[in-house]
Design a protein around this ligand. Structure first.
Ligand SMILES: Cc1ncc(C[n+]2csc(CCOP(=O)(O)OP(=O)(O)O)c2C)c(N)n1
Ligand SMILES: [Mg+2]
Length: 1010
């Protein structure tokens, strides 16, 4: 039977142009095959087939304008009679049915098994002065105790929840509690025991502690200016060691590897372990923080400086937590898209408690819970101090963080107290000890550990007679030994074990430690610990004794490293543990396959003139991406990332075509389900729609851009944003991207201070290229025409994803519609190097000026050149500058070479190759600050002038804005004449005439002052 394919609902558009016909007569058409591409004023979208069969006739052709209901083509095929319900609706019904079944299962609640061997502890309570009936309270507590003991805690939780719900309905105001008592989340009886040899592990940990401290002290003895930190790792050593010995699986032939974000200031500890593992030698340790010569160890985790070692730059506080969240999310994305296997890999992030003050640290925790990132584990090392002093002297950081994370939906595990406290807590029949723990603030806890056992006895236990009594049989030394959870390998092991087994939510382990643990008087728990980088001989002796490091006094005085023999039980154990866990960590390796660059013909349409048709470069980019999605090598690897701006950039067509990633699929029928660009969420969706969250989008981009090393799969992230909300907003992430060697495209869309009309001061970007230029491995371009964009993009694909250069691209695109010319012959090399001659006006052969225009302002230049030629008989050459940044880099390099090689033949800058033999002065302009074009000033040998958009932006029409910032064609003509007059090539009367003719206000202040 004959079937017809009609133009579907394309939203608010009517009479939309067909720009591509993707099928031919006689083709066998399958459902969802793209048939034609439609393009409206601002977006292009492919129309998929909803019918199947052999194509009999194609009714539409390129250039036709179509509307909803028009016939596209007809096929000879069979209608699927069964398919009465639209597929999306059917999917939703199926999912709903499955959920109902699932809920039915849940409803058959099993009665808990009687708990035979439960430890009978009496749950007591501390009488409270507000309690008007303590006897009644006691009865309630006893009832609850009985339930816990006989039916288990789950039943008790259930009853409490019922009571709360009931009380709400009765109108009670239930007090809001966000945190649990100040004790460990895991009770001793639920702790999983470590299978490790505790003695050997302690000895190893002591050596790592010693070598880490020795490394910092030695470096600073040699060069006091080098810096370094002892206190951070000293507080976190156990947290790292338990992970290294038992939990963190390295990348191997058959496993992708866990990913660990190490806290920046704990780097010495990682080097010290690598030393024992035989990965680093003494000479390298002695080169800590001396990174200029080869072989030095970087101050902090910097993949750029140690590309085979460090994976994640974390030392700019707040970046690590956010990057780790999006890393875990991206891992799930790759799994859900079927690009990597689900191997149960985890992402661990080690964070400081002070670091949690950074808005970025907590800013994305909601996403982690929402997306059920059970592959993510945060370990917050709560040593209660940051750089200047206590993190929360008057409060409790652990309780605060618990509330925040629990409120966000995380699994929270507090590791506050070490094993030595277990018996005291078990004997806390009156509840006074927990009350005391709850009431003591962090400032006090810190002070206790800066003093001694006697002080703790008096100031802590001494607060209540009951608690004072509890420790009466203990010596001051015993009291001093009462350890904190984060220093107790048993407690840490139990927490990690629970964390890795947790399903359905991310986990945060909040561990209490002591800053500068073991440093004694020189730096344990004192406000100055953070910056302690020197230890005198007495301090070193104390440190040695504290951790039983087998060094003689003389060796301590020499600050010698200690490494046991290769055949010692310690080294064998250490290596065996890592062998069993797949290899060493951290280690950065890459086994990804390059992506073949698409043939040039995929960009063919972009090298032809668009004729009458006007379009923006943003639209040209989206068109190009649509074509790239048809390339078999590239299509699956593209990761479009958009922070709630898809419609602004005309990308809504991507929603249907490749879907929006949603870990739970789409649970609703979207409002616009009937439309072609309907909002389609899918578990295997390809678009990362990040919401209004540039920092998150940037983190996703970094995760995707480093996927080649972290997941051994090369991906092509392309993140489109309002250019003003790019580098300016998330510059530190961009810097970290450079360090991480991320590969991919950043697209600063709606760019330019005068091109983005009708917005305002905070939207109009006049400096993102300057910010981009600060990152050494960021290559940036400001193209004007679609073919420039195509050449740049293809080269980017080739350099980054086929040749695997560790660079990334920043390209600005605009929203101004204009027609694009055909690509001039032989300009590709110039486009990539930064400039090429696009026009030569040489009719009059009297006076000439070189006009350099970039981005949107190039077109103003071309118009100005026409006026100069026609009205003033001035010739000009017009150069399209695609990148002032690249021209400057070439200039810098050539100049440096020439200065360092005075005896050799001089190299010539690319700029000089272009402009050296040309006539007349140079006028350069862009839609960015003058400093953008001024970058090339030192490398040209002619008079150089620039125009630009210095000053605050403001909303108006493009015409008025360009006039205001003096980059419109009239100003270019006037300034051009003035430059020629200044160079004494023409009379100044021409300038005066132009000023009058174009009504230029000479008294107007600089735009920077307005
Ligand atoms: C964004 C940023 N701001 C400031 C610093 C400087 N700084 C380095 S460490 C530190 C204190 C860290 O305290 P905390 O997070 O508690 O880590 P700890 O060393 O106590 O484990 C500060 C302020 C930084 N590294 N990054
Ligand atoms: Mg701290």
């Amino acid at each position: 039977m004959n079937l017809e394919l009609l133009v579907p609902d394309i939203g608010d558009f009517d009479q939309v142009e067909v720009i591509e016909v993707l099928v031919k007569k006689g083709d066998h058409l399958k459902k969802n095959d793209a048939v034609i591409t439609l393009e409206s004023d601002k977006s292009s979208v492919e129309v998929p087939s909803t019918i199947e069969g052999s194509i009999k006739d194609i009714i539409v052709k390129v250039g036709d304008k179509v509307s909803k209901g028009d016939v596209i083509l007809s096929v000879v095929g069979i209608e699927n009679k069964d398919e009465k319900i639209p597929p999306l609706t059917e999917k939703i019904i199926k999912e709903a049915e499955n959920t109902i079944q699932y809920n039915d299962n849940l409803n058959q609640i099993k009665k808990p098994e009687p708990i035979e061997n439960i430890k009978k502890t009496n749950i007591e309570f501390v009488s409270n002065k507000d309690d008007i009936d303590p006897v009644e309270t006691k009865e309630w507590v006893e009832s609850l105790t009985a339930v816990v003991q006989q039916e288990g805690s789950e039943r008790a939780n259930f009853l409490i929840k019922q009571l709360i719900d009931h009380a709400y309905r009765q109108g009670s105001k239930i007090p809001y509690t966000q945190s649990t008592p100040y004790i460990n989340t895991i009770p001793p009886e639920e702790e999983t025991k470590s299978p490790g040899d505790q003695n050997i592990e302690r000895r190893l940990r002591s050596l790592i502690r010693w070598n880490a401290a020795a490394m910092v002290v030695r470096a600073n003895k040699k060069f006091p200016e080098l810096g370094g930190h002892i206190g951070t790792f000293a507080s976190a050593a156990t947290l790292y060691d338990v992970g290294m010995n038992h939990f963190w699986r390295a990348k191997s032939d058959n496993f992708g590897g866990d990913l660990i974000y190490f806290q920046g200031h704990s780097a010495p500890g990682m080097y010290a372990r690598a030393f024992l593992e035989g990965r680093l030698n003494e000479k390298q340790l002695d080169s800590f923080r001396q990174e200029v010569n080869k072989g030095g160890l970087s101050s902090y985790p910097h993949p750029w400086l140690m590309p085979n070692f460090w994976q994640f730059p974390t030392v700019s506080m707040g970046l690590g937590p956010m990057l780790a969240i999006y890393q875990a999310r991206f891992m799930k994305y790759l799994i859900n898209r079927g690009l990597i296997k689900d191997e149960g890999r985890k992402v661990w992030a080690f964070l400081g408690d002070g670091e949690m003050d950074e808005p970025e640290s907590l800013g994305a925790i909601g996403l982690a819970a929402r997306e059920k990132l059970d592959n993510l584990i945060f370990v917050v090392n709560c040593n209660l101090q940051r750089l200047d002093g206590p993190v929360r002297g008057n409060g409790k950081i652990i309780q605060e963080l618990e509330g925040i994370f629990r409120g966000a939906g995380w699994n929270v595990i507090k590791v506050i107290w070490g094993s030595y406290w277990d018996s005291l807590l078990a004997n806390d029949k009156s509840g006074h000890l927990v009350k005391l723990m709850n009431e003591t603030v962090d400032g006090e806890y810190q002070a206790f550990k800066a003093r001694d056992g006697l002080y703790v006895r008096e100031k802590f236990f001494g607060k209540f007679p009951e608690t004072f009594q509890m420790v009466s049989a203990m010596s001051d030394k015993d009291i001093w030994r009462l350890n904190r959870g984060g220093h107790d390998p048993h407690k840490v092991y139990a927490a990690y074990d629970k964390a890795v087994k947790n399903i359905g939510s991310p986990t945060v382990i909040i561990a209490k430690t002591i800053k500068g643990y073991g440093m004694g008087k020189s730096g344990e728990s004192v406000n100055t610990t953070h910056q302690q980088k020197k230890l005198d001989v007495d301090d070193l002796m104390y440190y040695r004794d504290r951790f039983d490091v087998p060094l003689s006094d003389q060796q301590v005085k020499n600050i010698e490293y200690f490494k046991p023999d290769e055949n010692s039980p310690e080294i064998k154990y250490l290596k065996q543990r890592r062998y069993d866990l797949g290899g060493f960590i951290p280690e950065r390796t890459t086994f990804s396959k390059p992506i073949k660059t698409p043939e040039k013909n995929i960009f063919d349409t972009m090298t032809k003139s668009t004729g009458e048709k006007e379009m923006s470069t943003t639209m040209a980019l989206v068109r190009m991406l649509t074509s790239l999605l048809r390339d078999k090598h590239v299509a699956k690897k593209l990761v479009p990332i958009i922070p709630d701006e898809a419609r602004t950039f005309g990308m809504e067509g991507f929603f249907q075509k490749i879907g929006i990633y949603a870990h739970e699929g789409q649970k609703y029928e979207p409002e616009d389900a009937a439309q072609l660009s309907s909002y389609r969420e899918e578990k295997s969706g390809q678009v990362l729609e990040e919401g209004i969250n540039e920092a998150g989008a940037m983190s996703s981009w970094i995760a995707a851009g480093t996927s080649y090393t972290n997941h051994d799969i090369e991906m092509i992230p392309i993140y489109l944003f309002y250019s003003m909300f790019g580098f300016q907003r998330t510059g530190d992430f961009a810097w970290a991207a450079g360090d991480s060697q991320a590969r991919g495209f950043l697209i600063g869309a709606t760019a330019g201070r005068t091109t983005l009309a009708g917005e305002g001061l905070q939207h109009q970007d006049g400096h993102s290229h300057l910010l981009a230029s600060t990152i050494p491995n960021c290559i940036s371009y400001d193209p004007t025409f679609h073919y420039e964009l195509a050449v740049i993009f293809r080269e980017g694909l080739k350099r980054m994803h086929e040749n695997n250069e560790n660079i990334f691209y920043y390209i600005t695109t605009m929203n101004e519609n204009y027609s694009h010319p055909e690509m001039p012959k032989g300009c590709e090399d110039g486009i990539l190097k930064g400039m090429y001659r696009i026009k030569d006006f040489s009719k009059h052969k009297k006076n000439k000026i070189q006009l350099l225009g970039s981005g949107a302002i190039l077109r103003e230049m071309i118009s100005a050149a026409e006026i100069l030629q026609n009205d003033y008989e001035i010739d000009s050459e017009i150069w399209s500058v695609t990148s002032f940044n690249e021209l400057r880099r070439d200039g810098l390099e050539v100049e440096r070479y020439n200065l360092l090689n005075p005896d050799k033949e001089k190299k010539i800058t690319y700029l000089e190759k272009c402009l050296g033999k040309t006539e007349g002065p140079i006028l350069a302009a862009s839609d960015y600050m003058r400093m953008n074009s001024d970058q090339i000033r030192p490398y040209v040998s002619k008079s150089f002038y620039s125009l630009g958009t210095d000053g605050f932006g403001r909303s108006d029409t493009r015409k008025n804005l360009r006039k205001f910032f003096e980059v419109d064609k009239e100003h270019i003509v006037t300034y051009g004449l003035s430059i020629l007059a200044n160079e004494q090539l023409i009379a100044s009367k021409y300038v005066k005439d132009a000023i009058k003719k174009y009504k230029i206000d000479q008294a107007k202040p600089m735009p920077t002052k307005l």
